[in-house]
Design a protein around this ligand. Structure first.
Ligand code: CTP
Ligand code: MG
Length: 191
Protein backbone atom coordinates (compact mmCIF):
# COMPACT_ATOMS: atom_id res chain seq x y z
CA UNK A 1 0.00 0.00 0.00
CA UNK A 2 1.59 3.26 -1.19
CA UNK A 3 0.88 6.72 0.15
CA UNK A 4 -0.57 7.75 -3.23
CA UNK A 5 -3.04 4.89 -3.03
CA UNK A 6 -4.37 6.19 0.28
CA UNK A 7 -4.41 9.72 -1.12
CA UNK A 8 -6.47 8.47 -4.06
CA UNK A 9 -8.93 6.76 -1.68
CA UNK A 10 -9.34 10.07 0.16
CA UNK A 11 -9.89 12.06 -3.04
CA UNK A 12 -12.42 9.50 -4.32
CA UNK A 13 -14.17 9.47 -0.94
CA UNK A 14 -14.73 13.23 -1.11
CA UNK A 15 -15.45 13.28 -4.86
CA UNK A 16 -18.28 10.74 -4.76
CA UNK A 17 -19.82 12.54 -1.78
CA UNK A 18 -20.19 15.84 -3.67
CA UNK A 19 -23.78 14.95 -4.78
CA UNK A 20 -24.70 14.76 -1.07
CA UNK A 21 -22.97 18.00 -0.17
CA UNK A 22 -24.42 20.30 -2.83
CA UNK A 23 -28.20 19.76 -2.30
CA UNK A 24 -28.06 21.67 0.98
CA UNK A 25 -26.65 24.85 -0.50
CA UNK A 26 -28.74 24.47 -3.65
CA UNK A 27 -31.85 24.16 -1.45
CA UNK A 28 -30.91 27.47 0.14
CA UNK A 29 -30.59 29.01 -3.35
CA UNK A 30 -33.85 27.73 -4.84
CA UNK A 31 -35.95 27.04 -1.75
CA UNK A 32 -39.07 28.95 -0.77
CA UNK A 33 -42.85 28.97 -0.82
CA UNK A 34 -44.72 25.89 0.40
CA UNK A 35 -43.18 24.45 3.59
CA UNK A 36 -42.81 20.66 3.72
CA UNK A 37 -44.89 20.61 6.93
CA UNK A 38 -47.56 22.77 5.19
CA UNK A 39 -47.25 25.24 8.07
CA UNK A 40 -48.60 22.72 10.55
CA UNK A 41 -47.59 22.49 14.18
CA UNK A 42 -47.29 19.66 16.68
CA UNK A 43 -47.83 20.47 20.34
CA UNK A 44 -47.71 24.17 19.59
CA UNK A 45 -44.42 24.11 17.69
CA UNK A 46 -43.95 23.87 13.93
CA UNK A 47 -43.25 20.31 12.80
CA UNK A 48 -40.28 21.38 10.65
CA UNK A 49 -40.53 25.15 10.20
CA UNK A 50 -40.35 27.55 7.26
CA UNK A 51 -36.71 26.60 6.56
CA UNK A 52 -37.78 23.32 4.91
CA UNK A 53 -39.73 23.81 1.70
CA UNK A 54 -40.85 21.43 -1.04
CA UNK A 55 -39.02 23.44 -3.67
CA UNK A 56 -35.81 23.31 -1.65
CA UNK A 57 -36.20 19.60 -0.98
CA UNK A 58 -37.12 18.34 -4.45
CA UNK A 59 -35.09 20.94 -6.36
CA UNK A 60 -32.06 20.59 -4.12
CA UNK A 61 -32.08 16.80 -4.25
CA UNK A 62 -32.58 16.64 -8.03
CA UNK A 63 -29.79 19.16 -8.50
CA UNK A 64 -27.50 16.78 -6.60
CA UNK A 65 -28.53 13.89 -8.85
CA UNK A 66 -27.99 16.06 -11.94
CA UNK A 67 -24.52 17.11 -10.81
CA UNK A 68 -23.71 13.47 -10.08
CA UNK A 69 -24.83 12.37 -13.55
CA UNK A 70 -22.55 15.05 -14.98
CA UNK A 71 -19.66 13.80 -12.83
CA UNK A 72 -20.16 10.20 -13.98
CA UNK A 73 -20.50 11.28 -17.60
CA UNK A 74 -17.25 13.25 -17.42
CA UNK A 75 -15.49 10.23 -15.93
CA UNK A 76 -16.56 8.12 -18.90
CA UNK A 77 -15.07 10.69 -21.28
CA UNK A 78 -11.77 9.93 -19.58
CA UNK A 79 -12.38 6.22 -20.10
CA UNK A 80 -12.80 5.44 -16.39
CA UNK A 81 -14.39 2.00 -16.11
CA UNK A 82 -15.10 2.49 -12.43
CA UNK A 83 -16.65 5.90 -13.15
CA UNK A 84 -14.18 7.60 -10.80
CA UNK A 85 -15.44 5.73 -7.76
CA UNK A 86 -19.18 5.52 -8.46
CA UNK A 87 -18.83 2.00 -9.84
CA UNK A 88 -19.02 0.45 -13.32
CA UNK A 89 -22.81 0.28 -13.68
CA UNK A 90 -24.81 3.37 -14.70
CA UNK A 91 -27.94 1.89 -13.09
CA UNK A 92 -26.12 1.56 -9.74
CA UNK A 93 -24.61 5.02 -10.20
CA UNK A 94 -28.06 6.60 -10.51
CA UNK A 95 -29.28 4.68 -7.46
CA UNK A 96 -26.25 5.81 -5.45
CA UNK A 97 -26.84 9.42 -6.55
CA UNK A 98 -30.47 9.29 -5.39
CA UNK A 99 -29.35 7.89 -2.02
CA UNK A 100 -26.72 10.62 -1.64
CA UNK A 101 -28.98 13.54 -2.59
CA UNK A 102 -32.34 12.53 -1.17
CA UNK A 103 -30.75 10.91 1.88
CA UNK A 104 -28.96 14.17 2.62
CA UNK A 105 -32.07 16.35 2.48
CA UNK A 106 -34.35 13.84 4.22
CA UNK A 107 -32.10 13.77 7.26
CA UNK A 108 -31.65 17.53 7.01
CA UNK A 109 -35.41 17.67 7.60
CA UNK A 110 -35.15 15.14 10.43
CA UNK A 111 -32.53 17.45 11.91
CA UNK A 112 -35.00 20.34 11.80
CA UNK A 113 -37.67 18.08 13.33
CA UNK A 114 -35.32 17.33 16.24
CA UNK A 115 -34.36 21.02 16.58
CA UNK A 116 -38.03 22.09 16.83
CA UNK A 117 -38.75 19.38 19.41
CA UNK A 118 -35.89 20.46 21.67
CA UNK A 119 -36.87 24.11 21.34
CA UNK A 120 -34.32 25.43 18.84
CA UNK A 121 -35.99 27.93 16.49
CA UNK A 122 -35.73 27.82 12.71
CA UNK A 123 -32.32 29.04 11.61
CA UNK A 124 -30.85 28.92 15.09
CA UNK A 125 -27.66 26.97 15.59
CA UNK A 126 -27.51 23.30 16.58
CA UNK A 127 -23.82 22.34 16.69
CA UNK A 128 -22.97 18.98 15.07
CA UNK A 129 -26.62 18.35 14.12
CA UNK A 130 -26.46 21.15 11.52
CA UNK A 131 -23.19 19.85 10.10
CA UNK A 132 -23.74 16.12 10.14
CA UNK A 133 -27.47 15.43 9.78
CA UNK A 134 -27.15 15.20 6.01
CA UNK A 135 -24.13 12.89 6.19
CA UNK A 136 -26.05 10.47 8.40
CA UNK A 137 -28.94 10.63 5.91
CA UNK A 138 -26.78 9.89 2.89
CA UNK A 139 -25.03 6.97 4.60
CA UNK A 140 -28.30 5.63 5.94
CA UNK A 141 -29.83 5.24 2.47
CA UNK A 142 -26.54 4.06 0.98
CA UNK A 143 -26.19 1.53 3.77
CA UNK A 144 -29.65 0.15 3.02
CA UNK A 145 -29.41 0.02 -0.78
CA UNK A 146 -25.68 -0.11 -1.56
CA UNK A 147 -23.89 -1.59 1.48
CA UNK A 148 -21.21 -3.20 -0.68
CA UNK A 149 -20.31 0.12 -2.28
CA UNK A 150 -20.17 1.86 1.11
CA UNK A 151 -17.93 -0.91 2.43
CA UNK A 152 -15.46 -0.83 -0.43
CA UNK A 153 -15.39 2.99 -0.62
CA UNK A 154 -15.30 4.02 3.04
CA UNK A 155 -14.64 1.07 5.34
CA UNK A 156 -12.53 -1.74 3.89
CA UNK A 157 -8.89 -1.59 5.00
CA UNK A 158 -7.31 1.83 4.51
CA UNK A 159 -10.59 3.15 3.05
CA UNK A 160 -11.58 4.00 6.61
CA UNK A 161 -9.12 6.91 6.31
CA UNK A 162 -11.26 8.23 3.44
CA UNK A 163 -14.26 8.23 5.78
CA UNK A 164 -12.40 10.06 8.55
CA UNK A 165 -11.09 12.71 6.16
CA UNK A 166 -14.57 13.04 4.61
CA UNK A 167 -16.08 13.80 8.02
CA UNK A 168 -13.43 16.45 8.70
CA UNK A 169 -13.95 17.89 5.22
CA UNK A 170 -17.74 17.99 5.76
CA UNK A 171 -17.34 19.94 8.98
CA UNK A 172 -14.96 22.52 7.53
CA UNK A 173 -16.79 22.89 4.19
CA UNK A 174 -20.14 23.34 5.93
CA UNK A 175 -18.77 26.26 7.93
CA UNK A 176 -17.21 27.82 4.84
CA UNK A 177 -20.32 27.31 2.68
CA UNK A 178 -22.58 28.85 5.31
CA UNK A 179 -20.38 31.91 5.69
CA UNK A 180 -20.43 32.35 1.92
CA UNK A 181 -24.22 31.98 1.91
CA UNK A 182 -24.47 34.53 4.70
CA UNK A 183 -22.32 37.03 2.80
CA UNK A 184 -24.39 36.45 -0.33
CA UNK A 185 -27.51 37.21 1.68
CA UNK A 186 -29.19 33.85 1.06
CA UNK A 187 -28.74 32.69 4.63
CA UNK A 188 -29.99 34.60 7.64
CA UNK A 189 -27.22 33.34 9.90
CA UNK A 190 -23.62 32.35 9.25
CA UNK A 191 -24.20 28.72 10.33
N1 CTP B 1 -34.16 25.12 2.38
C1 CTP B 1 -35.39 24.79 1.82
N2 CTP B 1 -35.83 23.50 1.83
C2 CTP B 1 -35.07 22.52 2.38
C3 CTP B 1 -33.82 22.83 2.96
C4 CTP B 1 -33.40 24.14 2.94
O1 CTP B 1 -36.08 25.66 1.31
N3 CTP B 1 -35.55 21.25 2.35
C5 CTP B 1 -33.71 26.52 2.34
C6 CTP B 1 -34.46 27.40 3.33
O2 CTP B 1 -34.63 28.67 2.75
C7 CTP B 1 -33.51 27.47 4.51
C8 CTP B 1 -32.15 27.47 3.81
O3 CTP B 1 -32.34 26.61 2.68
O4 CTP B 1 -33.71 28.60 5.31
C9 CTP B 1 -31.01 27.00 4.70
O5 CTP B 1 -31.20 25.66 5.10
P1 CTP B 1 -31.01 25.19 6.61
O6 CTP B 1 -29.85 25.87 7.24
O7 CTP B 1 -31.04 23.72 6.60
O8 CTP B 1 -32.37 25.71 7.28
P2 CTP B 1 -32.64 26.73 8.47
O9 CTP B 1 -33.33 27.92 7.91
O10 CTP B 1 -31.40 26.93 9.25
O11 CTP B 1 -33.73 25.97 9.36
P3 CTP B 1 -33.51 24.84 10.48
O12 CTP B 1 -33.31 25.52 11.78
O13 CTP B 1 -34.79 24.09 10.41
O14 CTP B 1 -32.35 23.99 10.08
MG1 MG C 1 -29.52 26.20 9.30
Amino acid sequence: MEFVDVLLMIVVGIWVFVPAMLPNSNAALIGGHLPVDFGKSWRGVRILGDGKTWRGFIGGALSGVAIGVLMVWISTLFGSENHWGFGPSWADNIGILFCLSFGALICDMLGSFVKRRIGIERGKKAPLLDQFDYVVGAFLLLGIFYPGWVYSTYIEGYHIIALIVLLLFVYVSHRVANYIGYWMGIKENPW
